[in-house]
Design a protein around this ligand. Structure first.
Ligand code: C5P
Length: 397
């Protein structure tokens, strides 16, 4: 079963609160699992019952609510949320956030959570322009809070200008990245990601600098395209995107075994992992002592997972990656042919600007007919473009 993205909608006391039920609905339409927290002032503008009916869950209002604490208490709620969006965010509430206050449930949740936080401000245009508000927003941006909007136009107070809350559909799209087309609904995608670790002894091994970020971003994008995603990952320090089935592996052989278990149900296989090409012939049972001046390590080739998938009878649509430090496109094109895959994504891993560990990259996609460069983008943005190309080629088959 796919899980949804867990979104906590915080409603504060502004007239734009009348748009909040619509926001909840739009988030749910995009696969969000939504819970609502309202401040006391918000309840002056719209009733909790409306939000309960729309979200299908009780609305959380009080910090010290014995009943709620025995169900989903405020700390669990803070842990539960993957995204918190404050909409509308009044000037007063934004000031509280900027000052790190925790004087009600919503401010406390914001302080207690590791969720991604976004605010959709809504206020009169003078309040928006006020340097105090702008300074507060700057503080929030510096802390990584995403500010969505506001929009320009007529305001409830009769004035015209910047300060209206952005439209719910726009906020939902920004939050759930669901502007992407559902081109893979019903398809099963298997990906490999990260490095592998080939043990020399129980504490040492051969590995590489792959962070896993590209594979995880692709898994997230494939999920947003509507696919059922299995992500087979080597050792990385990344969180599993929600709704994605993750299988952790260590060595190339483990990775191959798990890929083979899943490949029968796979429509598209994307090999993003930087699989170690060699492993020690022998892996010592105990830690090797440094009692010799030199030692030799005999290595043997690991199985080529991507090649083995492409070689099966009726293979899935296969996409490989080529991480190179020189003559990138030439090497990538020769892999496209020799590994008999449908598509290769070439990236440069040389130097500090290289792909490994970075959040941004540029890549070139090679198919048997043509090559296409994708401009510098974050790895999620690149993933969306890579998948669009892959899907269009796959559908033509
Ligand atoms: O041959 P090279 O390692 O450059 O090929 C890279 C592509 O092949 C990547 O898609 C990588 O995930 C895949 N690969 C693999 N198994 C290996 C080596 C590479 O699946 N042993």
């Amino acid at each position: 079963m796919r899980k949804n993205r867990r979104v906590l909608v915080g409603i504060t006391g502004g007239i734009a609160a009348y748009k909040s039920p619509d926001l909840v609905r739009r988030l749910m339409d995009r696969g969000g699992d939504v819970r609502v927290v309202m401040t006391e002032a918000a309840c002056e503008f719209i009733t909790p019952l409306t939000l309960q009916a729309v979200s299908g869950h009780p609305v959380h209002r009080c910090l010290l609510d014995a009943e709620a604490e025995s169900g989903m208490g405020h700390i669990e709620l803070a842990r539960w949320a993957e995204i918190m969006v404050i909409a509308p965010g009044t000037a007063n509430f934004i000031a509280s956030m900027a000052n790190g206050k925790a004087d009600d449930l919503l401010t406390s949740l914001i302080l207690a959570s590791e969720a991604e936080i976004a605010v959709a401000p809504a206020m009169n245009r003078q309040m928006w322009q006020n340097p105090a508000t702008q300074d507060n927003l700057q503080t929030l941006r510096r802390r990584g809070v995403r500010i969505i909007g506001p929009a320009e136009g007529g305001q409830a107070c009769g004035e015209v200008g910047l300060g209206r809350m952005s439209e719910p559909d726009e906020i939902a799209r920004e939050l759930l990245g669901d502007g992407v087309p559902k081109l893979l609904t019903g398809a099963c995608i298997t990906l490999t990601a990260g490095p592998t670790w080939e043990a020399i002894d129980p504490v040492r091994g051969i590995t590489n600098r792959s962070s896993g970020k590209m594979g995880f971003a692709l898994a997230e994008a494939a999920r947003d395209f509507g696919a059922e995603v299995t992500l087979i990952s080597g050792p990385v320090a990344l969180e599993t995107p929600s709704g994605v089935e993750r299988i952790d592996v260590v060595s190339a052989q483990d990775m191959l075994d798990r890929v083979q278990e899943h490949i029968g149900n796979t429509d598209m296989f994307i090999g993003v992992a930087a699989v170690s090409d060699y492993r020690p012939v022998l892996s010592a049972e105990n830690k090797i002592k440094k009692d010799r001046d030199s030692m030799e390590l005999k290595l043997i080739r690991t199985p080529d997972i991507l090649r083995s998938v492409a070689e099966i009878e009726n293979p899935p649509f296969t996409v490989g990656f080529a991480a190179e430090t020189e003559r990138i496109d030439q090497h990538a094109r020769s892999k496209l042919v020799s590994k008999k895959v449908n598509m290769i994504v070439a990236n440069n891993v040389a130097g500090k600007e290289g792909a490994f560990g970075n959040d941004y990259n540029t890549v070139t996609v090679h198919t048997h007919d043509k090559s296409m460069s994708i401009d510098r983008n974050d790895k999620y943005g690149l993933s969306v473009k890579i998948l669009e190309i892959a899907v269009s080629l796959w559908k033509k088959q």
